[in-house]
Design a binder for this molecule. Sequence first.
Ligand SMILES: *Cc1c(COP(=O)(O)O)cnc(C)c1O
Length: 500
Amino acid sequence: MRLGLKKGINNCYLIDGSFNNDLSGLQRAIEFLKNQPGQTKCVILSDIHQSDIEEKELYRWLNEILVENQIDTMIGIGEEMIRNASLFSIESEFFKTTNQFLNEKLTENFKNEIILIKGTRSFGFERISNVLSEKTHRTVLEINMDAVTHNLSFYKSKLKDGVKLMVMVKAAAYGSSGFEIANLLQINQVDYLAVAFVDEGVELRKHGIETPIMVMNVAPESFSNILKYNLEPEVYSLGQLKQLIDFINNEEKGIKIHIEIDSGMRRLGFEEKHYDELTTILKENPSIQVVSIYSHLAGADEEKHNDFTKAQVEQFLLLADKIEKALKIHTIRHILNSAGIIRFPEFQLDMIRLGIGLYGFEACQLVQDELRPISTLKTVISQIKNVKKGETIGYSRVGVATQDARIATIDIGYADGFLRAFSNGKISLLVNGKPAPVIGNICMDMCMLDITGIEANEGDEVIVFGKNPSIKELADAIDTIPYEILTNISSRVTRVFYTN
Ligand SMILES: *Cc1c(COP(=O)(O)O)cnc(C)c1O
């Protein structure tokens, strides 16, 4: 059984699935619904048609499951449902047939809800799901939540006792969509989440995420949201610290901060020369509580930088210790990213910061086989044409048919994040299991594939990346890194989440 979460109308989310006499499957679907954060939870269910269990007992069981999982409302469709209506203690509504439901229940009634739609085949619930789905673009990024859980467990298994885990969910969880991933991480009790900007943190809080969140790049304009949404800023410079103090001195509450030390990345962070002033200011301002001190490694993934990495760690620890001593505090100290976790287990310290590894790419390529790809980017063929040898395909006429060819135009372009650099055969996408090279230049919303010799029809699915081709192959083809491929997938691409 596959459970997916997709976007519905009026800010709803839908969990879809047909139902075939499998009560434990039904129960799992209801539990899956319960585990989605925030929002009102609704189930739309058909008659169960289970002959092994006495009818009343069956519907009493169903009500219990709904109550136990804190489902807010139920819509029951079918005659059995109506017969047993009085057994339901949660808010419920009943319809005799799917048609009656579709005719009488206005879609405007569904707002900001997560809706589980489950019916036996004969009820044709796909029509309900159709009406309630957001009509979107046919290009979708499917995210396998089981693969995310698998990758998380893999990295957890590398942690020594007591080492905390922070997971980076910046840039919409590396392009996959922040809140669904954050929710899974919350359920799995990770200690910290981290985002790049305050807006990203606010978005997670609004969706019901309660896990502590560190924000790496906080501008003074966002200080009030930091407090309002209980976020924890990183502080990286004296200037920023002074601005934060000016702000916090006018507030009732104190604030937790994370101090970044620049040990060689030369990006953000305090240096040795700031030590005196930093500790003096912090001593004078007890409303600022330093919860962690950290640094970032510049080359943890490559052996050739090992000496540099070790020097970074040493310099970091020296300064972190001095700060802790001066302030008479103990903080969470952390320096490892995904690559570091694999290559420098001895530097786990008090916490590690997991990023790309969760999303299925092993940065050092030492244990890639242990991870599972989490996402598949799919699109469809909109039209197929036969072209003659010598004809050109697309803008600037750079794609030339070297023989009579079949060309498929597909629904993805550079505005979706399928970078224009993939033009002219740099990569092949998978059409019905066969590689089809990009021909010509990639357009904004479309591109063309040479599908000569491949059996395919208009409407067929095309795999842009997934198991094959992998994100790594795409990245290598245009000389970039998987991070960039992932984070470029634009927001107009529908995200669909599923678990097996
Ligand atoms: C993004 C980021 C990470 C995670 O890096 P990965 O290579 O994705 O594991 C860790 N720490 C900081 C400060 C980051 O910005």
